[in-house]
Design a protein around this ligand. Structure first.
Ligand SMILES: Cc1cc2nc3c(=O)[nH]c(=O)nc-3n(C[C@H](O)[C@H](O)[C@H](O)COP(=O)(O)O)c2cc1C
Length: 455
């Protein structure tokens, strides 16, 4: 038994992971124009202590959208928006993959100027779509033509390229939860008669083609595929799920895929045979498991050699510093479900970290979070306008280094502060009455800020 496996750094392929606590993809619907925002950069960088972050599903095309305010990864504005996110996560020492998404039939004509959503076959399901006008019943989709399938495969390739331009560390194909790739794979939603339907290899073809498209851009090690066998979400069903999914796992392993992200509940109902041991035996890459894990069950699955890492979704909503909380056996904050989707910072980027004092940075400096209680006065003393300035760490004070602002208890995204030198900045802060300290917050009455030498 290795009690520290969950939280110890480790290396796999091109990646040096800080731990095995990965952040699972979560749609949070905070991209009003389908373009990633600054708020998203704040949210993701707050969670940069995860071993690896998977973004929320990001549609590969306008046709792939099925929910309000979800980000895309197929045009220049979206690439620029995601670039801010990846820069910020990297500045905080994190790694981040973009999840590539096409919802297929889990959409609504409202998203497509009245046109019918597409799917492998014209088979609908009883469900509802989140539209701008609220929940609406889903409709029977239209079966894709062969040409449309080919162009959708190409959309995944273009999105993989866009993710590279946006500075991601890799991509994940969203093959789970009843969206388009799963609709092709499972026979309950695919009754095609051509090379994309019928036999198991035919039904798996679309998923494998989009995986190959991503691999052609990134190489196999930087591609993840997410699968959710036996998940009825979105009206899904398959007559032989074990055979279906193990065939796919075998095919992915043959491609030397980097990460297989398997959703299988940590607490399967009695009588349901776990597929994890079969998947483990077949897959040679990094096996990541998800759904319903806590610290104890994550340690158990790792120590049993059944998985290489565990991803957490809901725990990361209320606990941006989840690995630290696990390390300290600290209590976990319950997330507020009413703010899962849509809205602004509330219930998104305002969950505080356990400690907002001193953290050790991956660069080897002490990082100190600073609170500005009077931005106007601060601007007057420092000559830097606006409520956007603060710093942590002596290095912050050099041009281009990262600073983080906390106004009240609301952290904002890091800003870049330009001072000509550390000395200039220090004298600036001193004249404003700041104390200098290592590892302590200065108790200045008006400003609560600390400047610390790099160590
Ligand atoms: C708010 C919310 C949004 C989610 N969005 C996605 C998504 O975009 N892509 C995806 O693959 N899974 C999504 N999921 C599923 C989670 O990644 C995860 O599989 C699920 O929550 C179970 O993990 P947990 O028990 O650690 O929360 C979402 C879950 C939640 C709660």
């Amino acid at each position: 038994m290795d009690a520290n496996k969950l939280l110890s750094p480790w290396t796999r392929g091109p990646f040096q992971f800080k731990n095995r606590v990965f952040m699972a993809p979560m749609t949070r619907s905070r991209a009003p124009e389908h373009i990633p925002t600054e708020l998203m950069a704040t949210y993701y960088s707050q969670r940069a202590s995860a071993g690896l972050i998977f973004t929320e599903g990001s549609q590969v095309s306008d046709q792939g959208v099925g929910y309000v305010f979800t980000p895309g990864i197929h045009n220049e504005k979206q690439i620029a928006g995601w670039r801010r996110v990846t820069d910020s996560v990297h500045a905080h020492g994190g790694l981040i993959f973009c999840q590539l998404w096409h919802v297929g039939r889990v959409s609504h004509p409202d998203f497509h100027a009245g046109q019918t959503p597409v799917a492998p076959s014209a088979i609908g399901f009883k469900g509802q779509a989140f539209t701008l006008q609220g929940l609406k019943d889903t409709v029977t989709p239209r079966a894709m033509t062969l040409a449309e399938i080919q162009s959708t495969v190409n959309d995944f390739k273009l999105a993989a390229e866009a993710a590279k331009k946006a500075g991601f560390d890799g991509v994940e194909i969203h093959g789970a939860n009843g969206y388009l790739p799963a609709q092709f794979l499972e026979d309950g939603s695919n009754q095609r008669q051509d090379q994309y339907g019928g036999s198991l290899p035919n039904r798996a073809r679309f998923l494998l083609e989009i995986t190959d498209a991503a691999i052609s851009v990134w190489g196999p090690e930087r591609v993840s595929v997410r699968l959710s066998p036996r998940n009825p979400f979105g009206g899904m069903s398959d007559s032989h799920p074990k055979e279906t999914y193990l065939y796919v796992v075998e095919q992915l392993s043959a491609r030397k895929l980097g990460i297989l992200h398997l959703m299988e509940s940590a607490q399967l109902p009695a009588g349901v045979e776990p597929l994890l041991p079969y998947v483990r035996a077949l897959f040679s890459g990094l096996l990541l498991v998800n759904a319903g894990y806590n610290k104890g069950s994550a340690e158990a699955v790792l120590n049993a050699g059944q998985a290489d890492a565990v991803s957490f979704a809901t725990h990361f909503i209320g606990n941006p510093d989840l690995p630290e909380r696990f390390a300290k056996n600290a209590p976990l904050t319950e997330p507020d479900r009413s703010t899962y989707y849509g809205g602004e910072a509330k219930g998104y980027s305002d969950y505080p970290a356990l400690s907002n004092a001193v953290k050790s940075s991956p660069k080897g400096y002490w990082l100190v979070q600073a609170t500005i209680s009077d931005p106007v006065k601060f601007a007057k003393y420092t000559g830097v306008a606006g409520p956007i300035i603060a710093s942590y760490g002596g290095r912050v004070l050099a041009r281009g280094d990262v600073a983080e602002v906390v106004e009240g208890s609301v952290p904002r995204r890091p800003y870049f502060v330009e001072f000509p030198s550390y000395d200039v900045a220090r004298s600036c802060f001193r004249s404003a009455g700041y104390q200098e300290a290592i590892g302590l917050r200065a108790g200045a009455a008006t400003f609560d800020i600390v400047i610390v030498e790099g160590m």
